[in-house]
Design a protein around this ligand. Structure first.
Ligand code: FES
Length: 143
């Protein structure tokens, strides 16, 4: 199986490996083809991904695609990051053997899941804030 030099380079020296303590969003995906797993952790400020880490039980191609995918979305807005496709990830690496294309789904799917998780948490906390504000109103009017 032929891998590009860039795939090998990201496999040997993967970027953004690890876990973010206290992340703003977490995405977990399993690969239905091989059963491998991926976790993505993101930190978000002003709707922008300021930090991102991954850990995977996937193969070398999954490690390489996660490495470059995390580099591609770091510093991007959430909307820009959501547009990342597995094809774009594979192309950025100079292509993947067809039999390994499913491995590149893990990174992009888990990034999308982490963004969805962030948005869910934020909407949840907004609801909490607004319900707190509502409950604070009677108190302030009592004063
Ligand atoms: S074989 Fe499972 S992620 Fe590549």
């Amino acid at each position: 199986m032929e891998y590009s030099e860039l795939v090998m380079e990201h496999f040997m020296n993967p970027r953004n490996v690890g876990v973010i303590e206290d992340p703003d969003g977490v995405g977990k995906e399993g690969n239905p083809v091989c059963g491998d797993l991926m976790e993505i952790f993101i930190k978000v400020e002003d709707d922008r991904i300021v930090d991102i880490k991954f850990r995977t039980f996937g193969c070398g191609a999954a490690i390489a695609t996660s490495s470059i995918a995390t580099e591609m979305v770091k510093g991007k807005t959430l909307d820009e990051a959501e547009e990342l496709t597995n094809r774009a990830v594979a192309e950025a690496l100079g292509g993947l053997p067809p039999i390994k294309m499913h491995c590149s789904n893990l990174a992009s799917d888990a990034i999308h899941a982490a963004i969805a998780d962030y948005r869910r948490r934020r909407n949840g906390s907004k609801k909490n804030e607004s319900s707190q504000k509502t409950s604070e109103v009677p108190k302030s009017s009592e004063v």
